[in-house]
Design a protein around this ligand. Structure first.
Ligand code: B12
Ligand code: SF4
Ligand code: SF4
Length: 406
């Protein structure tokens, strides 16, 4: 995208916006908004985040630097972003049930079905094509667009906030009064001066006030990754070290993971706004292969071929077999004492990579300590009890506040 079709008088932009809204609905997006692409007010916070190394080994975050706040530099000629969101919460999410069942695997509810990237990008491309056809019919100047979902170096949440899709909550995710936070974001960068969606939050300059004095997400985070309101230290976030990082999981964080083997939803599960969350209408986001209620031992028995074939089309496949086994090994270490767990861990030890083997040995030690609780050092017991209490609090809160998804 290089040219800007700014002086195109033949186009009735308000009419085009109405059409874009209709096309967005037809394509299944839950909501759509339009904004200019000036994110300069977010640059200092982004710079601070990077300077603190909160991105860990996600080198691409540092590489793109302030580009994330400058979509017009990413795509020359960009005047507006059409920001979309798509609800993903599957029916019968069973969150409390699985967090309670410590011999089962908790997989982030966004990852139970098919990968969202392809689905959303395809639909955004279709939206772009419809706008292109509109311009072609009027025999008008060039319209250019580019679709992004997640992977682009763009601050998607601040952009969506500006487009009126919600506000950035203290857990740093985008929240919406009618839809909570269980949705993905994506955007179409365009070179036309569409009228922007009015954003009450931006207008009133109190964009973060809908959280009020609540700090529930900060308190419930099992690893204390939300280091201050709106700021997540990725290195402490379960989502980071189970999905993004190929490295060994830091020892002190392993017991805090519990049975979460792929991502984490705790800061969303505690959030009172998620009682308004809508269930996803997408067949693709419903759980496949019973990933919503499967035991850790079942998953640990998979070999690499079975992992690759079964998880084809799932976002989980992207982490690779080694990280998959690493994560399950830690969760098995956190599970209650069970001779079958010890047998499964021991069996895999010889064939595992050095990294996985180290996690298996850690898990075996945890299991051995549970067999003879008296041998567990007092400090570890205190820590484990605090973690268990936090988990119990979360489960109670889900059962009470989000009974449909419990
Ligand atoms: C890197 C990344 C991660 C990292 C880092 C997370 C983070 N908070 O930055 C890790 C791996 C930990 C992660 C985890 C998750 N992620 Co993620 N992630 C991203 C990614 C690729 C980039 C985010 C980014 O730029 N971070 C850098 C920081 C600095 O940016 P920021 O948080 O947006 O911060 C700005 C604002 O918060 C702003 N701000 C606003 N108000 C205020 C007020 C104050 C006082 C301050 C100081 C700052 C501030 O300041 C910052 C700088 O501009 C985006 C996709 C994208 N391109 O945006 C998805 C994305 C944010 N992730 C998403 C999801 C779903 C998740 C998980 C829920 C997945 C899971 N279940 O495990 C968790 C949630 C963890 C959490 N609480 O954030 C969705 C969020 C959808 C939504 N409703 O908001 C996104 C948008 C992907 C998508 N396309 O749908 N993620
Ligand atoms: S996803 Fe989990 S670990 Fe990460 S910030 Fe939220 S509660 Fe904390
Ligand atoms: S839990 Fe509370 S503070 Fe956190 S995002 Fe939700 S409303 Fe905001």
């Amino acid at each position: 995208m290089t040219n800007t079709a700014a002086n195109n008088h033949a186009i009735n932009y308000p009419e085009l916006v109405e059409k874009i809204n209709c096309w967005g609905k037809e394509l299944g997006f839950s909501q759509l908004g339009i904004t200019d692409v000036d994110l300069s007010k977010h640059e200092p916070a982004l710079e601070r985040w990077l300077a603190n190394n909160y991105h860990g080994n996600m080198d691409y975050m540092a590489r793109h630097g302030l580009m994330r706040a400058r979509p017009a530099e990413l795509e020359l000629g960009t005047l507006r972003a059409i920001s979309v969101r798509l609800d993903y919460l599957p029916t019968k999410a069973k969150c409390a049930r699985i967090l309670k069942a410590k011999d089962h695997a908790y997989i982030s509810r966004y990852a139970l079905g098919r990968d969202y990237h392809k689905l959303m990008r395809k639909r955004l491309q279709q939206l772009g094509k419809k706008i292109t056809d509109y311009f072609d019919e009027l025999d008008s100047e060039n319209f250019n667009f580019r679709a992004f979902v997640d992977s682009a170096p763009i601050l998607e949440r601040p952009l969506a906030e500006k487009a009126g899709l919600g506000w950035v909550g203290k857990h740093s995710l985008l929240l919406n009064k009618e839809a909570g936070s269980w949705f993905f974001l994506g955007e179409l960068l365009v070179n036309i001066p569409l009228p922007v969606t009015s954003n009450e939050a931006e207008k009133s300059k109190t964009s973060n006030n809908s959280c009020g004095s609540c700090v529930a997400c900060i308190k419930i985070c099992p690893t204390k990754a939300i280091v201050e309101p709106y700021v997540v230290d990725a290195r402490r976030c379960i989502s980071y070290f189970t999905i993004e990082s190929p490295d060994p999981i830091p020892l002190e964080l392993r017991p805090l993971m519990g049975n979460r083997i792929y991502g984490c939803d705790d800061c969303q599960l505690i959030c009172p706004w998620n009682k308004y969350a809508k269930l996803s209408l997408e067949h693709d986001f419903q759980a496949r292969h019973q990933l919503d209620e499967i035991t850790l031992l079942e998953l640990f028995s998979w070999d690499e071929d079975y992992f690759s074939i079964t998880l084809q089309g799932s976002p989980i496949r992207r982490i690779g077999f080694q990280s998959w086994q690493r994560n399950i090994a830690v969760a098995l270490g956190n599970a209650p004492f069970d001779e079958n767990i010890i047998a499964a861990l021991t069996e895999k030890l010889t064939s595992a990579s050095a990294l996985v083997a180290e996690h298996i040995r850690w898990a075996l030690t945890q299991q051995a300590l549970k067999k003879t609780p008296a041998a567990t050092p007092a400090a570890i017991n205190t820590e484990n009890n605090a973690s268990a209490r936090l988990n119990a609090r979360l489960i109670r809160s889900i059962e009470k506040g989000l009974p449909r998804d419990a």
